[in-house]
Design a protein around this ligand. Structure first.
Ligand code: FES
Length: 108
């Protein structure tokens, strides 16, 4: 069953920014890319490194540990199949942000 996490307005990233949200099951990295909010697990699917400090190039986030690049919008890594980022849905209810924490990884 999915969990829903309310994100207080003060924890939302500014345009082009990022924020890290702690919750019972781990960490969620929120990224604002060109005004669109994305929510991913803050753990690289390769070896678990934090992605928070990864370099962004458009929608591509580069893991700071070993350099794999992931399309934040799809979770897919560049040129590799079979695994990907753990992505979470975002729902806006009465102007408030909620992250829907998926039970399983969403991979390509
Ligand atoms: S832990 Fe991210 S590329 Fe290795």
């Amino acid at each position: 069953m999915n969990a829903v996490l309310h994100i207080p307005a003060e924890r939302l990233p500014a345009r082009g920014g990022r924020s890290l949200i702690h919750h019972e099951q781990g960490l969620i990295l929120l990224l604002d890319i060109d005004g669109e909010l994305h929510a991913i697990g803050d753990s690289c699917p390769h070896a678990g490194a934090s992605l928070f400090s990864g370099r962004l190039d458009g929608r591509w986030l580069q893991c700071p540990a070993h350099g794999l690049r992931f399309d934040v919008a799809t979770g897919c890594p560049a040129g590799i199949k079979g695994f990907g980022l753990r992505r979470h849905g975002i729902s806006w209810i009465a102007g408030e942000c909620h992250v829907v924490i998926a039970d399983e990884e969403v991979s390509a």
